[in-house]
Write a protein that binds this ligand. Sequence first.
Ligand code: FES
Length: 319
Amino acid sequence: MSNTELLNARIRTLRYEAEGVLSVELVPVGGVSFPAFSAGAHVDLHLPNGLTRSYSLLNSSTESNRYVLGILSDRQSRGGSRYVHENFRCGMTLPIGKPRNNFALDETAESSLLVAGGIGITPILCMYRHLRAEGKAVQLVYCARSRAQAAFLDELATLGGHVDLYFDDEHGGKPFDLGGFLRTQPKHVHAYCCGPSVMLAAFEAACDSAGIENVHIERFAADSTVVQAPGTSYTVELAKCRRTLEVPADKSLLDTLLEAGVDVDYSCREGICGACETRVLEGCPDHRDSVLSLAEKKANRTMMVCVSGAQCGKLVLDL
Ligand code: FES
């Protein structure tokens, strides 16, 4: 659920892309264009079963007449991807959120390295297409369990450039050697990764030991390594509303704000979509999200109010 203005979208095309992967092409209902987006962005689908799920946009960010998503039928599905695979039909309409980008490209980078694992190819494909169109130096590594499970290979072939494909089953089930590969990369490269949590953890560790500092990752699910510490109560001052609220130990900041009638955007409630990002004017948040980078967390300029709280007794927010 989200408080943002929703768009009405129609499913124009559903396409089999690989084992367990469907692409969904959405077009605007009663209009000719959708809001613009940048490579790496995602949109929230508000599914008829009441669930809201975020999916990355994979088509060209120059297209405003459609959004295309790639959706994996996840065996661990909590009802989102299963609903899409079992119930989506061409012609159906559904509300969607406006695009948000927590995985934006640094356009000033001298060179970029994009690493995708499985369905993580969706934002990476969009980013690769954009960098190729801009004539930027970019290399892509796409890892999947098998060729049959790797989506969008035809499109990657038409884009050309430096693409390395790696299929575990062609290497006796061994995953790609991220550590060895990243050690061969220049330290100034901007390295991006989207894939399963295990891969992201390995990628971050490998970048760290290779001395690569410009690291960007996109998660599909909340980081399971983040421990939710037992909460303590604290005070929140809302600078714009000129109100002060007490956040009890057993309640999230988001719920406290919503119950007090404060207009705050939200969607996943898990610290992964970025919808509830709120500016911090004073105080030290206890960051528990998977959106902000380590540097952004240290800077304490913003926080995700759905999962994060306060390290100290008081926060002042730009609300
Ligand atoms: S609602 Fe998604 S990050 Fe807070």
